[in-house]
Design a protein around this ligand. Structure first.
Ligand code: SUG
Length: 420
């Protein structure tokens, strides 16, 4: 008998973390363009979040940062890190694989007819700095989930269909180990901003995972939500087990979505946050929906692992404290400090990929223990750059240090065989 549980795999924040303003439509990324970033502090914040979640009794995994700057990709473009134009160098330097929610879309084994957990690597083709992540991510997922009796890792959906992975996918189910209802959220337009998840990509993923069409919903993201800065649906909605926690303006046709959910899962708990209590602007600034909504193994009920920014917004915090005082499933609020990632538009939920699996079937090198996190934190403390300003990206010493720092981490985790 296998014990299927939710495992959160966090992207370890890489040594090249910087603010180059590469993501149009992501307000934090644009606002902080040109600021000094603190990669060491950023990675330690991410590690502290993993420690926090382990202490709650949750199963925690991690992924290595990708090799940056990506000189192989620059080579395909006929250039090198040294001679690339500054904008292209910044694109090659991005540490964006930290946002593991965009690594892949995951359909757990109970949803698939072959009884395997299916993962499709996201092509992330809309943003140039993210479009070259997938080969590194693919190799890593193939290694972590190499047990072919339990996992099937699929190559990305081809261009031109944009796929941003689990950030636009939600699963509702009576329990993680029971068949679920998978909701694929796509965008059509977003005012001045691109819709990054295309319906053709979502449909292709559902087909490749061989999901039961009666247990799949395709829902359109509200145009106003994308235009307000919700470049991924997980900025305005999050689901866990029977609970959907969503902003009232997240979806283009919310009532049709809620009805479709209730007809498959009559006891779904749909918590709709009204715009007159929390505006879209406040939701996007505070990232309250980019929380990890988790079931607490020890005490029962659910908790929201929120960015500390949510506590600082009066309207948001008032709403949340009222919510947990009620009779619903969400009983606990746990703010965590991931400010360095937040300044590039990535909250607690962006930093993790959820995989429902028996931990015994996952390559143990990717699973966290407090001791392993201590060892990772030591490598980060010793080798991650303290700060990076975008003007420094051409500095040969920085380029070398970033590569060396990652090599040290791979070695510490027994993962040096991961490709460069
Ligand atoms: O793709 N930021 C990421 C943030 C991803 C958040 N993920 C989820 N919502 N799941 C993005 O926009 C900023 C990079 C820069 O500007 O340097 C960036 O890529």
């Amino acid at each position: 008998m296998s014990a299927l549980v939710e495992i959160n795999f966090d992207g370890i924040i890489g040594p090249s973390h910087n603010y180059a303003g590469l993501s149009i439509g992501n307000i934090a990324s644009s606002t902080n363009a040109g600021a000094t970033a603190y990669p060491r502090e950023a990675a330690l914040q991410g590690i502290a979040k993993m420690r926090h979640n382990l202490a709650l009794g949750l199963v925690q995994g991690f992924f290595m940062p990708l090799d940056r700057p990506n000189s192989r990709w620059l080579k395909i473009l006929g250039t090198t890190v040294e001679s690339a134009e500054p904008h292209l160098r910044a694109v090659a330097f991005s540490a964006s694989s930290m946002w593991a929610a965009n690594a892949a879309t995951v359909s757990p084994a109970p949803d698939a007819p072959d009884g395997k957990c299916h993962l499709t690597v996201a092509n992330l083709q809309t943003m140039p700095h993210r479009s070259h992540e997938w080969p590194g991510t693919f190799s890593q997922l193939e290694m972590a989930f190499s047990n072919r009796d339990h996992f099937s890792v699929h190559a990305p959906v081809p261009s031109p269909f944009g796929d941003e992975g689990a950030a636009n996918h939600m699963r509702l189910c009576p329990g993680h180990d029971a068949p679920g209802l998978e909701i694929f959220v796509f965008g059509k337009s977003g005012g001045p901003f691109p819709a990054r998840q295309h319906i053709e990509a979502s449909k292709a993923v559902a087909r490749k995972h061989r999901l039961d069409p009666d247990r799949v919903i395709f829902a359109q993201q509200a145009e106003i939500a994308i235009a307000a800065g919700a470049f991924h649906n997980d900025v305005v909605a999050v689901a866990n087990e029977r609970v959907l926690f969503t902003h009232e303006q997240a979806f283009e046709q919310p009532d049709a979505l809620y009805d479709a959910i209730r007809s498959t899962l009559p006891d779904a708990e749909i918590i709709i946050v009204p715009a007159d209590k929390v505006s879209l602007a406040d939701a996007i600034k505070s990232y309250l929906f980019n929380a990890q909504l988790v079931s607490l193994p020890d005490e029962g009920g659910m908790a929201l692992i929120l960015p500390s920014e949510a506590r600082e917004n009066e309207a948001v915090w008032r709403y949340l404290t009222d919510l947990v005082a009620g009779n619903g499933s969400i009983r606990r609020l746990c703010p965590v400090d991931v400010r360095q990632s937040m300044a590039n538009g990535g909250g607690p939920a962006c930093l993790r990929l959820r995989v429902v699996a028996d931990p015994g079937t996952v390559d143990p090198r990717f699973l966290a223990t407090p001791e392993k996190l201590d060892a990772i934190a030591r490598v980060v403390g010793d080798h991650w750059p303290k700060s990076i300003h975008p003007d420094q990206l051409s500095d040969p010493e920085l380029i070398e240090n970033v590569a060396m720092a990652r090599d040290r981490l791979l070695a510490a985790c027994g993962l040096s065989e991961l490709d460069r």
